[in-house]
Design a protein around this ligand. Structure first.
Ligand code: GLN
Ligand code: ZN
Length: 752
């Protein structure tokens, strides 16, 4: 039996985010096209070398991208939407996608909006959505060029591309239907594959993560038809799936390809199906054995035992040992985290460290024997028995507010005395350069804590003054002290670490640095009380306490796996609960607990939704259940498509929610027609992502639409998200218009 080691994809940014810097330098005109290309080539070479040095036999090419791999795929398939075609065909010489065209598709150009962007499965990576408005055609086989470059440099490259099923599944019909273009699409794929075969390519990885989503009979039949057509004996086509178990396992493994790659890390589904249905003996099995989505070092003994079970059961022609998915979703290397405590460092593995694990496991499997002293998780680091006990002893009533919403809202109104259609904002105000610079200075030790805090107080005072001047009803402190809504809290709670270079690509040149939850979570001291009470001391209007919710903190972090996610969520929730009570004690009357990431944490398969929503809702309730009925709890969520989880949102039992709405042009409003939502609600009246100042009239249009389905007493008036990325000169007039809109609405309503 043949045994090979392989990788599915490597981070694209470079260890020090070289690509980010080069891209942004190029976009701002500071570096040339050549310099950008050089940086990209160097990163790819470096990545291939790292993988080769680690002992990886099949090294991916085509996993790198200047912006996004779905965009690259669309271009390779000739799917340049109409509005970009004139850019791509400057002198009528035929379509050729140069950098300006490529980046116009990615980021938009003057009067030409970019492709839409959305989440890549349940990751925090965002891809560009291909648009179908023209038949596919062979443009340029860029994969072939990349293969040749890697080959010449002496590597053993394995071209990677997105398969037709997933590609279509994630595309958007724009004049042509998916069915319309399928035949032509397949002929282009065939040309690409044939050219690769002719160039001597032996292995091709064709990614079909779409197969782990829920699928219909019609869809699996379509997949069968697709691969019937792509079947070839000129090269080894490995159909690669990841992010979970495949739907229709027994049919997927029998598709006419040389090998099937399955994820054995994320869930047990593939293993269960392997036990049930076996595996075709004339095929190669790609065993996703080390985690491409999380940062814990692999327990080598366990992974080795799992591999042996799989191999024995599958009896396949060959096996490939590989990560569960592309390593794109991991930071580059733990080597750069020199300041981490050794006991934490030794339990972590980023992309580079995963390669070592794969090589080691492959070797062990070849020899049917593990070397001595391999890594195994034995003990938990920094356990907090009192935190565990607190979670264990939770009872039903700990998750429930004492009074019904009706009682609460009356009591709150007595205390708050708010006008009809109260106006507020979502929390952050412009994080201008001076704020970032002061924070950097403070972190470098160039200014004292006292100086930094004084600076933050001045910012808050300014912000409160601005809000009073504009005439908002419920104020915020502005979040100037926060680098990021999750990282800020991670730094204040135990059980988290934040890294220095642990960047993961989010989209294009944008990276995020998720905190790592490695131990039990607790809150040694209040986290926000000082700032909020200071802001409140400056005004007689209510200032909202501002916290990030447990589900969002969890979903935007790397999470420990030795206890269930739900338990980690409860631990965070209990820490936040203490904070909520401290804020209440300090006289804060409204507390907002943001949960923008609830929706995106939904599992990929519908059957798993209710289990997730159950603990997610409970975790949120845990944070606010013990407050007095007079204390008003708000929450905020962004990104559309709440339709399918509206009941869960209701069950979170916040007194007021604010949701993004303006980008979906108010489409979400209709959701409330069928669902009898009775609590307070603010549907964002303008899009904060755009620098333009919205008019009073356009905000009134949205508000009037809201009033068709909501009672006037329910409706709040607010922008659709935090104002952190905006400038004061846009924020002030926008909010002034918002206040005018609210006043007009009050007049209209009172007249009727
Ligand atoms: N309170 C946060 C802010 O205003 C909410 C951010 C978010 O929804 N992502 O910045
Ligand atoms: Zn938001």
């Amino acid at each position: 039996m043949e045994i090979l080691s392989s990788n599915l994809g490597y981070p694209r940014m470079g260890a020090k985010r070289e690509l980010k810097k080069a891209l942004e330098g190029y976009w701002s005109g500071k570096i040339s096209e050549e310099e950008l290309k050089d940086t990209a080539t160097n990163i790819q070479k470096q990545n291939w070398q790292t993988q080769k040095d680690a002992g990886i036999e099949l090294i991916p090419v085509g996993d790198f991208s200047y912006y996004d791999h779905m965009l690259d795929m669309a271009i390779m398939l000739g799917l340049i939407p109409e509005r970009f075609r004139h850019l791509a065909d400057k002198q009528g010489n035929g379509i050729k996608v140069d950098f300006p065209t490529y980046f116009a598709m990615a980021r938009g150009a003057k009067d030409t909006p970019a492709l839409e962007m959305t989440k890549w499965f349940d990751t925090n990576y965002h891809y560009l959505v291909p648009e179908l408005d023209i038949q596919p055609s062979v443009l340029e086989n860029s994969l072939l060029a990349k293969y040749q470059m890697a080959k010449e440099l002496g590597f053993n490259p394995k071209p990677v591309l997105v398969g037709p099923y997933t590609f279509l599944k994630l595309s958007k019909e724009a004049g042509l239907s998916k069915k319309d273009i399928l035949p032509e699409l397949l002929s282009v794929y065939k040309v690409i594959l044939t050219q690769l075969a002719e160039a001597g390519v032996q292995w091709v990885q064709i990614d079909e993560p779409g197969l782990v989503l829920d699928m219909t009979e019609e869809e699996i039949s379509q997949v069968e038809a697709i691969y019937q057509q792509l079947a070839t004996d000129r090269l080894n086509l490995i159909l690669q799936t990841y992010f979970g178990g495949v739907s229709f396992y027994e049919r997927v493994v029998n598709l006419p390809v040389s090998g099937i790659g399955l994820d054995f890390v994320r869930t047990e589904e593939n293993l269960e199906n392997l036990n049930k249905y076996g595996f075709p003996q004339d095929k190669i099995l790609g065993i996703g054995l080390v985690n491409g989505r999380n940062v814990w070092r692999t327990d080598i003994k366990k992974a080795f035992a799992l591999a042996q079970t799989i191999i024995e059961k599958a009896r396949s022609k060959g096996v490939i040992i590989q990560p569960s998915c592309s390593l794109l979703h991991l930071p580059v290397t733990i080597e750069l985290e020199t300041k981490l405590a050794p006991e934490i460092r030794t339990i972590l593995a980023f992309a580079k460290e995963r390669l070592g694990e794969i090589a080691l496991l492959t070797e062990a499997i070849k020899n049917a024997k593990l070397p001595e002293d391999v890594f195994s998780h034995e003990r938990e680091v920094h356990a907090l028995p009192e935190v565990k006990e607190r979670v264990r002893s939770l009872e039903e009533r700990d998750f429930k507010r004492g009074e019904s919403y009706e009682v609460r809202s009356q009591r709150q109104q007595k205390v708050l005395n708010l006008p009809l259609f109260p106006t507020t904002t979502i929390g952050s105000f412009p994080q201008t350069k001076d704020v970032r610079q002061m924070r950097a200075k403070f972190n470098r030790g160039e200014i004292t804590q006292e100086e930094y805090e004084q600076f933050i107080r001045e910012k808050m005072a300014f912000c409160i003054g601005v809000q009073e001047g504009i005439g908002l009803d419920v104020l915020v402190h502005g979040e100037f002290e926060r680098s990021d809504m999750v990282e800020y809290f991670a730094q204040k709670m135990t059980g988290f670490i934040v890294t220095k270079h642990g960047w993961v690509q989010s989209y294009g040149s944008r990276c995020v640095r998720p905190p790592i939850i490695y131990a039990d979570v607790s809150r040694p001291s209040p986290m926000t009380v000082k700032e909020i009470t200071y802001a409140q001391s400056l005004t007689s209007k209510p200032v909202k306490g501002m916290l990030t919710g447990p589900v969002t903190i969890l979903n935007w972090s790397f999470v420990r796996e030795d206890i269930p996610r739900s338990e980690v969520a409860y631990q965070i929730a209990l820490a936040l609960r203490d904070e909520v009570l401290d804020l209440e004690k300090a006289g804060i009357k409204i507390i907002q607990i943001d949960e923008p990431a609830v929706r995106e944490g939904l599992p990929l398969k519908k059957k798993d939704w209710s289990a997730y929503l159950d603990w997610a809702v409970k975790a949120f309730r845990l944070t606010h259940a013990p407050v007095k009925p007079e204390t008003q709890i708000h929450t905020h969520m962004c990104y559309a498509e709440f339709q399918d989880i509206i009941e869960a949102i209701d069950a979170m039992d916040a007194d007021v929610i604010s949701i993004e709405c303006s980008r979906s042009r108010g489409d979400i409003i209709s959701t409330f027609e069928d669902h009898h939502y009775r609590k307070g609600i603010g549907l964002g009246v303008y899009d904060i992502h755009s620098p333009r100042v919205p008019s009073v009239e356009e905000m009134l249009v949205i508000l009037r639409r809201c009033l068709k389905v909501l009672r006037p007493e329910q409706l709040w008036v607010n922008p659709d998200c935090g104002l952190k990325t905006r400038q004061w000169k846009e924020v002030i007039p926008s909010l002034q218009n918002m206040i005018i809109a609210a006043k007009r609405l009050r007049e209209e309503t009172q007249k009727n």
